[in-house]
Design a protein around this ligand. Structure first.
Ligand code: 3PG
Length: 207
């Protein structure tokens, strides 16, 4: 399960972090991302449309790996897994989310931004973390600093990453992929400007 999910995240290199206001838009969005070279989508629980959007994308766009983001409690994790999410991302770390995903054998990527967070996660069987918010938590210098004490830990840095700094992040040996919303701005999703999202995705992949 998790290995192939992780392989698909690594192969993508970039995980678009999506805020969508209607499940009706999710297929157009997924196709726009695919056309731009991105076959992974993290749909966040920042709107009431999250679970229905995950369900629709998972069922109707099987070429895209769909996960859930901004999952902050067990109830949301349950909804995400029931909807067919292949991975779960949290901005922070709670045992209730991590343990539920481990019970369900679903890849979970909890958020941390301290050595304490990494050390705690390792003690609970986690080796892949979301570094969040990446830029204001030290960015690439933080990632380099964490390599010494935690060579077994890998990261999905997210938060403040964009076209200008994505290449610096992706070069880090402890980074499996980079997350961000810069290629899926909510205002473009809202007006269904799929061409612009495809162009931004192409630029992100090229970077
Ligand atoms: C997230 O939850 O991963 C972030 O809000 C994405 O950060 P960004 O909008 O700065 O890319």
């Amino acid at each position: 399960m998790s290995t192939s999910v992780l392989e698909r995240i690594v192969a993508s290199g970039i995980v678009p972090v999506i805020k969508i206001d209607s499940p009706e838009k999710v297929l157009g969005l997924g196709r726009a991302l695919q056309a731009g070279g991105l076959a992974v989508a993290e749909i966040t629980f920042r709107t009431d449309s999250a679970a229905a959007s995950i369900q629709r994308m998972a069922a109707e766009l099987p070429e895209t790996l769909v996960g859930a983001g901004t999952v902050i409690n067990r109830s949301q994790a349950e909804q995400a897994v029931a909807a067919g999410a292949s991975f779960i991302v949290s901005p922070g770390y709670t045992d209730e989310v991590v343990e539920y995903c481990q019970e369900q054998n679903v890849l979970v990527i909890p958020g941390i931004n301290t050595p304490t967070g990494v050390q705690y996660g390792i003690s609970r069987g986690i080796q892949l973390f979301k570094l969040f918010p990446a830029e204001i938590s030290g960015g690439v210098r933080m990632l380099d600093a964490l390599r010494g004490p935690f060579p077994q830990a890998s990261f999905l840095p997210t938060g403040g990453i964009n076209m200008d700094n994505v290449a610096d992040y992706i070069r880090r040996p402890n980074v499996v992929a980079v997350g961000g919303s810069w290629m899926v701005p909510p205002d473009l999703v809202a007006i269904e400007d799929w061409d612009s999202i495809t162009r931004l995705s192409q630029l992100a992949v090229a970077a």
